[in-house]
Design a protein around this ligand. Structure first.
Ligand SMILES: [Fe+2]
Ligand SMILES: [Fe+2]
Length: 331
């Protein structure tokens, strides 16, 4: 039997449990927060005063902060890419009736995620600090360019990727929220914190998917995990570009901003890997095939190896001016 068929069988075996995962890790639509809960109500008489307050507070935030918030927003706005990618993953069968648990999960997860780009986009628009048209062009480019996260249609690799990324976004939204609060931007801080909370629930869910698969097919899962880490977990917005730019050009500049600001760093990458190794108990897995055992050893040694590399790593301190945000002399 090919490896492919084992994956499909495992996905089908777990599928009846997915409904339970949805109850555990997602929040019903009628109960969860919506973007308007955190934005001025445009039907209210106090709308303009509230917008005025947002614009006043926004003046306290520096250049790297805005760039990071813009790129985070665009990353969230590229949701169509993630949904279409995940729907194509083996075992997530949206055509096999509406009742396939995995495709239900992907739709419900997407529906929760959709609120992130929505609330951030509206906030950016009201803030008066960014060039919305340039942002919109980048978003359109990014969705049109798609991505290649190196997972293929493999559910194991895709779940490793999403587990990793959901925690990475939790970290970065949380830190942006803290910075906003420090600079007196209460509303923005609340938004970022609530988004970070969603990302954490999603992280816990995907990490559970992987753990469940690990119970059924440890060899395949460990090999998939190691393979993803060998390739490195790329950011979903790795193709980011500005108007007139070429694919991926803006990404490195943005990632330097996030490093400088300390919103998401090489150290965070290592910490996430350590957490995943711990939760999936990679250290204590026994009875693997020779190949999987090698992959397991690789994963256990990887954090230390990355630590040594990251200590030598340099990122640019030079500020780059993006079309999304005009320079105002504040870093
Ligand atoms: Fe999100
Ligand atoms: Fe997410």
């Amino acid at each position: 039997m090919s490896i492919k068929n084992i994956r499909l069988e495992v996905m089908q075996a777990i599928e009846p449990k997915v409904e339970g995962f949805m109850d555990e890790f997602l929040i019903p639509t009628e109960k969860i927060w919506q973007p308007t809960d955190f934005l001025p109500d445009s039907q209210s008489d106090t709308f303009f005063d509230e917008v005025e307050q947002i614009r006043g507070e926004a003046k306290e935030l520096g250049y790297d902060f805005w760039v990071t918030l813009v790129a985070d927003t665009i990353t969230e706005e590229a949701l169509p890419t993630y949904e279409s990618w995940l729907m194509d993953v083996e075992g997530i069968d949206q055509h096999n009736g509406k009742d396939n648990g995995w495709s239900k999960w992907v739709r419900a997860w997407t529906a929760e995620e959709n609120r992130h780009g929505d609330v951030l986009n509206k906030y950016l628009y009201l803030s008066g600090r960014v060039n919305m048209r340039e942002i919109e062009i980048t978003t359109q480019h990014l969705i049109s360019d798609g991505f290649d996260i190196g997972t293929d249609r493999d559910p194991y690799k895709n779940f490793v990727y999403t587990t990793f990324q959901e925690l990475a976004t939790n970290i970065s939204h949380k830190r942006v929220g803290k910075m906003a609060r420090k600079k007196g931007n209460g509303l923005l801080a609340k938004m970022c914190t609530i988004i970070a909370g969603d990302e954490m629930r999603h992280h816990l869910a995907y990490r559970e998917f992987v753990k469940t698969i690990m119970g059924q097919d440890p060899d395949g899962m460990v090999l998939a995990f190691a393979d993803m880490m060998k390739k490195k977990i790329v950011m979903p917005a790795h193709f980011l570009r500005e108007s007139g730019g070429s694919i991926g050009e803006a990404f490195e500049q943005f990632s330097n901003c996030a490093q400088r600001l300390g919103v998401y760093t090489a150290q965070d990458y290592i910490e996430i890997l350590k957490k995943l190794n711990d939760y999936w108990d990679i250290g204590n897995l026994r009875g693997l095939s020779d190949q999987a055992e090698k992959a397991r050893v690789y994963l256990m040694k990887l954090p230390e190896r990355l630590q040594r590399i990251s200590e030598r790593m340099q990122f640019s301190q030079q500020q780059y001016t993006f079309k999304w945000v005009e320079a105002n002399g504040m870093l």
